[in-house]
Design a protein around this ligand. Sequence first.
Ligand code: AMP
Length: 385
Amino acid sequence: MALLQISEPGQSAAPHQHRLAAGIDLGTTNSLIATVQSAVPRALPDENGAMLLPSVVRYLADGDIVVGRAAQVAQADDPHNTIVSVKRFMGRSLSDVKEAAALPYHFTDGPGMISISTVAGARSPVQVSADILSNLRRRAEDSLGGPLSGVVITVPAYFDDAQRQATKDAARLANVTVLRLLNEPTAAAIAYGLDKAAEGTFAIYDLGGGTFDISILSLTRGVFEVLSTGGDSALGGDDFDSAIAAWFCSQHAIAGLEALAPRLQRSLLAAARSAKEALSSHETADMRLDGINGHALTATLTRAQFAELGAPLIARTITAARRALRDARLSTAQITGVVLVGGSTRMPIARDAVRDFFGMEPLADLDPDQVVAIGAALQANILVG
Ligand code: AMP
């Protein structure tokens, strides 16, 4: 464990001076930062009130660096210089990145790690991640009114040493003192206070926008151990959007999403995502696609229809959960708690499947997008005393 140097000898902090600590969820799609104030953990918003910072960085020729929503918006127009999902490349060499040819980037194999050529020069995943971390650090310091003493950064439980080291290097570049790297599923368990129990065995079901992770943790005398991990790095909310888009096409005798112009594809996927999210709180959702030969196409999707469309995708998550349990040599009866993480666990079909499989109500009171950052903030708060 990295120890935090709180103060130099002779420069001891005033007795009542707060040491500011935070938890950072450095995610593939979105990142966020949380802190504990007056014993209450909370995610910190940006100046527009948004908690989630899209993990997107755009490099401009004049040296400017744009991070977050504004970079995401420019992605379609400037794909070579707008880096998304950089977490996939952390600690990886070119030969590790199977999908490299399908991505819009100009990769070079840097020493020890892949690099991406941009108008501002070559950028390593560590540098891109550092730009995301710097943005979050500034957000926290503006909001808390002082420099951060240290942060806990979360990483996937399956991250290897190279990926963990790359995350620490990014923090150093961003002038962020790492108190500890914490496994994401462990952070989720801490957010729900599961570490307060003496013992237990927990499943953390994390369905995000593009990835699915399942982890089995055991807690012994206050210490979590990862017993097994599993999942699918190409399964997430986006796939449900695609399934809805394909259904919409079939309703209008369109051969498929690929048969539409790129602009219409984007519009239809956005409409599909809105419909999917609406169905988490409504029984039906209306969809509309403007601009097909001057006409608008519409359709109404019901919860039952969506359940049918999503069933094969949900089944894949349960298959992965079953495998993770088997790897940990456990049965569902031995699981004492299940935690939901990730925006896609707002879908009732995901919650129902988890409840049916594990035979218990999953923990879902906290915002599933914030659970990991909140757990990291609680841990950071303890580490700075
Ligand atoms: P976000 O939480 O915005 O990163 O989104 C991650 C994934 O969660 C995306 O695929 C979203 O569409 C999905 N998501 C967010 N909110 C909801 C919701 N209310 N119902 C279903 N999916 C959601």
